[in-house]
Design a binder for this molecule. Structure first.
Ligand SMILES: [Fe+2]
Length: 176
């Protein structure tokens, strides 16, 4: 699958999870949705950082990629802060809405600037090869950290229970 199509599908999935988080009424539903959202963001950032950005790094894309990486760092910071809160914490809503704004900004920047530029600079074959490498990374992440969830389910955006160990690993890193 074309790298850009994979990333755009993940952007849609993340946007849908934000809407579901908004609609989740109970404490446990909000907690579960937040884990699911955190894992989707962690996987998305990982395949962009490990495969996509290095593959499309060149003079014409460098400044956009540096901005994107700074955005990822900020998104991860807010994700970690949110996961450390209880959903009924007074600051939960404000932080969740900060995260939504940051992710929205990430999506807009990539889809309006970076992706069209990459589309002009790379052939369809190159984008398909990058997409394949991304799918391998994704499958490995979910296999090693996601309770054995298969690559197909991840790539197709099927509804998966959150692979909490991924995000837990992120939290442990931060505490180390
Ligand atoms: Fe992205």
């Amino acid at each position: 699958m074309n790298a850009l199509d994979i990333l755009k599908a993940q952007h849609r999935k993340v946007a849908a999870l934000f809407a579901e988080l908004d609609g989740a009424a109970s404490f446990s539903a909000r907690r579960g949705k937040l884990w699911e959202l955190a894992d989707a963001l962690v996987v998305h950032a990982a395949i962009e950082e490990n495969n996509f950005y290095p593959s499309v790094m060149m003079k014409a894309t460098g400044p956009l990629l540096r901005d994107a990486l700074a955005g990822h760092a900020e998104i991860k910071r807010v994700v970690i802060e949110l996961l450390e809160l209880e959903p009924d914490d007074a600051t939960f809503e404000a932080k969740a809405s900060l995260l939504r704004d940051e992710v929205q900004h990430h999506i807009e920047e990539e889809e309006s600037e970076l992706f069209p530029r990459v589309e002009r600079l790379f052939t369809e074959e190159a984008l398909a090869a990058i997409g394949e490498a991304m799918e391998v990374t994704q499958a490995t992440l979910w296999r090693d950290h996601g309770r054995g969830r298969g690559r197909a389910a991840v790539v197709n955006g099927a509804d998966n229970p959150a692979p909490r160990r991924l995000t837990s690993a992120l939290l442990r890193l931060r505490r180390a």
